[in-house]
Design a protein around this ligand. Structure first.
Ligand code: SF4
Length: 362
C-alpha cells in the first residue's frame, strides 16, 4: 500500500498555488490536526506500507516536537519494511539543524521547494524565502546526505529568460541532488496569480526542451514529463500512483485509490476535523482502466504488459494495443513508440500528452 499524508499548513500562501493549506496556522491547530490523524490511524489495522509520502502544504512547518509526534504516529500505526520509501516535502525557510537531523533519521527522500534561485523571481511567485535561508537549507541538506534528494523548480516565470533558466538548472544540479522536478508556471485559476497571468507557451516549450541537455552531464535524465532523476532514484511513490497502485490518503483533500474508486478526503480542515466522510469518485471499470493507462503515458518508459497486468482494473494488453491504434489514427504517428512489448510516447508525444490523454479517455 502507498500512503499519502496531506499536511495542510503553510507559512503563507504562494501566488500560483491552489493546493489546500492553511496559511500561518496557530500551533494548537496543528496539534488538533495531529490528534485527529492519530484517531484515524488507530481506527483500523493498516496494510504494510510500500511507500509513505508526507506532502502539503509544508510538512516542515511543524515544530520539532510536532514532527517527532508525526513520525511516532507513523511508527506506531504503519508497518514498513526496510525498503519502504518515506518522502517528505520541505521548504527552505522552515529548516534548521535539529529538524534536518530528525528528518534524516526518519525519511529516505527529501523534496526541497526551491522554485527559483533568484530572490526576485521567488518574490513574483509569492515565495517568502530569502537567499540566506535558502543557502542555509541547501548547506544543511548537502551535509546530511539523504539517500534521495529532490529539488522543485518552476520555469517560465514572468521576466525569466532562457539564460536565467539554464542558471537555475545548473545551480540545482550542482547541489548534488539525484532528482529534480521542473514545472512550467501555470497558476491555478483560483490562485492569486491565476487571475492576472497568461502563460507564454513558446517560452515555456523552449525551456522544457532545454532541460535534458543541461542535466545530462550530471547523469540526470527525464523519466516523466516533469520529473528527472539519476537511474534508480525515481520517486517510487509517484511511479506506483501513476501506475494505478493502491493509495490511502490521510488529511484534508488527500486522495486515495482502492483499486476501483478514487476517494478524496474532506477539502478543508474544519470539515475534516469534524469527521466528514471522503467523497467517492466511482466510474466504470473500462473508464478507470483508460484513465490509469493515460496517466502513466506521462512516463518515458510508458507501459509494458507486465506493468499493465498489475493494475487492478486492467483489461487485456491486446485491448490496450487496440485502443491505442484507434486514437493513433487521428494524430501524428510520430507521437507514439509502440511494439508488442511496450506502449510509450515519443519525446514529441510527451509534449502533447494532454491531447493524447483526452483522446484516450472514454
Ligand atoms: S506552493 Fe507549497 S508552500 Fe506555497 S502555498 Fe502551496 S503548498 Fe504552500
Amino acid at each position: 500500500m502507498n500512503y499519502y499524508f496531506h499536511i495542510p499548513f503553510c507559512r503563507s500562501k504562494c501566488g500560483y498555488c491552489a493546493f489546500y493549506s492553511e496559511p500561518a496556522p496557530a500551533s494548537d491547530l496543528i496539534d488538533r490536526y495531529l490528534d485527529h490523524l492519530e484517531r484515524q490511524l488507530a481506527e483500523h489495522p493498516l496494510p504494510p506500507a510500500e511507500t509513505v509520502y508526507l506532502g502539503g502544504g509544508t510538512p516542515t512547518l511543524l515544530s520539532l516536537p510536532q514532527l517527532e509526534r508525526l513520525f511516532d504516529l507513523l511508527r506506531r500505526f504503519l508497518t514498513a519494511g526496510s525498503d519502504c520509501e518515506i518522502s517528505i516535502e520541505a521548504n527552505p525557510e522552515t529548516l534548521d539543524e535539529a529538524k534536518v537531523a530528525l528528518l534524516r533519521e526518519n525519511v529516505t527522500r527529501i523534496s526541497l521547494g526551491v522554485q527559483s534561485f533568484s530572490a526576485a523571481r521567488r518574490d513574483i511567485l509569492g515565495r517568502r524565502c530569502g537567499d540566506e535561508a535558502l543557502s542555509r537549507a541547501l548547506c544543511l541538506l548537502g551535509k546530511a546526505g539523504f539517500p534521495h534528494w529532490n529539488i522543485d523548480l518552476i520555469y517560465a516565470i514572468p521576466g525569466e529568460n532562457a539564460a536565467d533558466w539554464r542558471d537555475d538548472l545548473i545551480r540545482a544540479a550542482d547541489t548534488g541532488i539525484d532528482h529534480l522536478s521542473c514545472y512550467s508556471l501555470t497558476p491555478e485559476e483560483n490562485s492569486r496569480l491565476g487571475a492576472s497571468f497568461a502563460v507564454d507557451d513558446e517560452l515555456s516549450a523552449e525551456m522544457y526542451e532545454m532541460i535534458p541537455d543541461i542535466l545530462a552531464p550530471y547523469g540526470i535524465r527525464r523519466y516523466e514529463i516533469s520529473n528527472y532523476s539519476r537511474p534508480g532514484s525515481e520517486c517510487r511513490h509517484n511511479l506506483n500512483v501513476w501506475r494505478g497502485g493502491l493509495l490511502r490518503g490521510f488529511g484534508p483533500s488527500a486522495a486515495g485509490f482502492d483499486g476501483r474508486d478514487r476517494m478524496t478526503e474532506a477539502g478543508n480542515l474544519v470539515e475534516w476535523l469534524a469527521g466528514a466522510p471522503p467523497e467517492t469518485d466511482r466510474i466504470s471499470r473500462p473508464a478507470r482502466s483508460a484513465e490509469i493507462f493515460a496517466v502513466n503515458l506521462r512516463t518515458v518508459g510508458g507501459w509494458t504488459p507486465e506493468l499493465w497486468a498489475k493494475v487492478p482494473s486492467a483489461d487485456p494488453w491486446e485491448a490496450r494495443l487496440a485502443a491505442v491504434e484507434k486514437v493513433r489514427n487521428n494524430m501524428p504517428g510520430s507521437w507514439w513508440k509502440i511494439s508488442p512489448r511496450r506502449i510509450k510516447l515519443s519525446d514529441e508525444g510527451l509534449v502533447f500528452w494532454n491531447d493524447i490523454a483526452e483522446a484516450m479517455l472514454i
